[in-house]
Design a protein around this ligand. Structure first.
Ligand SMILES: [Mg+2]
Length: 420
């Protein structure tokens, strides 16, 4: 058996952890640069705010219903996510973190347990310990656990936990699920499936998996078996990422080379930090810049470049040097740039490198210096020590007008409690 645990309206729930004033009120969270709605509380959903709704189109609704609006605060969401995941992992030795707000737990050793009760216990502990509401779907396969989660959310009697004990018993419910809502069925496949009369999860579960394999793919055939209660998708251990990307849209168009260089240097530094925190080395770097394709009156330009490092490295100084070198090669004057980013390429895990007798590895990989840098910035706050090229102007910064404090990751933004 598997459980899929999904945080409800995750970003909104994170905002509510430290701010009980907005409990029970309509709340929305915006994408980078305050552009579109990316999370909605149930109250905001009920008012007709859609996912991906641009903010300027719902300004009237926001005003009329006094909707609370937040810029996205990924430092806060990331930290709360880590805590939720750690707490959930104490309920089973087998798990797979699926996204920032979803985790699969393997429950194969729990056959004598009342799993619905266990789910309720898990749910209560996450709510009590971290004020995070979750929905729990339990089923004999990962695909059915995903569907069970859907019922846990939508059924008023489920109290946040829904268990599919047996694939046969759940057939009437599968008739209610459109085929494109099944985990792993893409939009492309759902069109083709509907063409041949397969409209619901039930229809797909009634298919012969050999036929589906012939007509579609082995992946969709596995989904058919999973819907029938035969588990074929195992829990995957978290593999460290193969590339690390850091990119942002600018708050307003950027034209000066010095401003873009500052932005790219900040992204490269951040990417190098992520690289070191997962204990990897990068083989090269890709840098890209682009103008705003949606602005029809601007002349358009976009370009990218990939450079290989002389030896695998996690040294911010080397990574910065190549990032700036790449930018110099692709930057053109007289354009209004909207976005830039860097990607560290072909990561090697575990810091094992192939030495090169012509390259001084001590210069390329200064682990002591990088450790000291990470420790200082970890203890005293982000960018306590930074490279000069990262600058202070930050003219490129995204719009974040209503960002909540980083309650858990910045000393000077901790919650203050007054007692009389
Ligand atoms: Mg969620």
């Amino acid at each position: 058996m598997f459980a899929l645990i999904d945080c409800n309206n995750f970003y909104v729930s994170c905002e509510r952890v430290f701010n009980p004033r907005i409990d029970g009120k309509p709340v929305i969270v915006l994408s980078n640069n305050d552009g579109c709605v990316i999370a909605r509380s149930n109250e905001a959903k009920a008012l007709g705010i859609r996912m991906g709704h641009p903010l300027y189109q719902c300004k009237d609704l926001v005003k009329k219903h006094k909707i609370f609006v937040y810029s996205s605060n990924y430092a806060l969401y990331g930290d709360i996510s880590n805590r939720v995941m750690k707490l959930l992992q104490s309920y089973s030795p087998d798990f797979e973190i699926y996204s920032i707000d979803e985790i699969f737990l393997g429950l194969s050793g729990f056959s004598n347990w009342d799993l619905t009760e266990y789910g309720k216990l898990i749910r209560k502990s996450i709510l009590l310990g971290l004020k995070m509401p979750v929905s729990i779907g339990i089923g004999p396969t990962k695909t059915l656990a995903k569907l069970a989660n859907h019922f846990a959310k939508s059924s008023p009697t489920a109290e946040g936990v829904f268990e599919i004990k047996n694939a046969i018993l759940v057939q009437p419910l599968l008739k209610l699920i459109p085929v494109d809502e099944i985990w792993g069925v893409g939009r492309q496949w759902s069109y083709r499936l509907k063409d041949i009369g397969i409209k619901t999860a039930y229809d797909l579960s009634a298919c012969n998996h050999y036929e589906i394999k012939k007509k579609f793919s082995v992946i969709l055939a596995r989904t058919v078996l999973e819907l029938q209660g035969i588990s074929c998708i195992a829990l995957e251990e978290m593999a460290p990422r193969k590339n690390i990307m850091v990119s942002r849209s600018f708050g307003s168009p950027v034209t000066l080379y010095s401003d873009i260089r500052e932005a790219v240097a900040n992204f490269a530094t951040r990417a190098a930090e992520k690289l070191r925190s997962q204990n990897s080395l990068a083989t090269g770097i890709m840098v890209f810049i682009r103008t705003n394709h949606f602005n029809k009156t601007d002349s358009q330009y976009s370009n990218s470049i990939s450079l290989k490092f002389p030896i695998e490295t996690d040294n911010a100084m080397v990574i910065l040097k190549y990032a700036v070198e790449g930018l110099q090669k692709i930057f053109r004057e007289k354009y209004r740039y909207k976005k830039a980013g860097v990607m560290l390429l072909d990561l090697i895990h575990g810091r094992v490198t192939q030495p090169d007798i012509f390259i001084d590895d001590k210069v390329m990989n200064n682990h002591n210096l990088m450790n000291a840098l990470d420790k200082i910035n970890g203890k005293y706050g982000k960018q306590t020590v930074q490279f000069a090229v990262c600058g202070y102007r930050k003219a490129w910064k995204s719009h974040q007008e209503n960002i909540s404090p980083s309650y858990m990751t910045q000393w000077d933004e901790l919650l203050v409690v007054y007692a009389n």
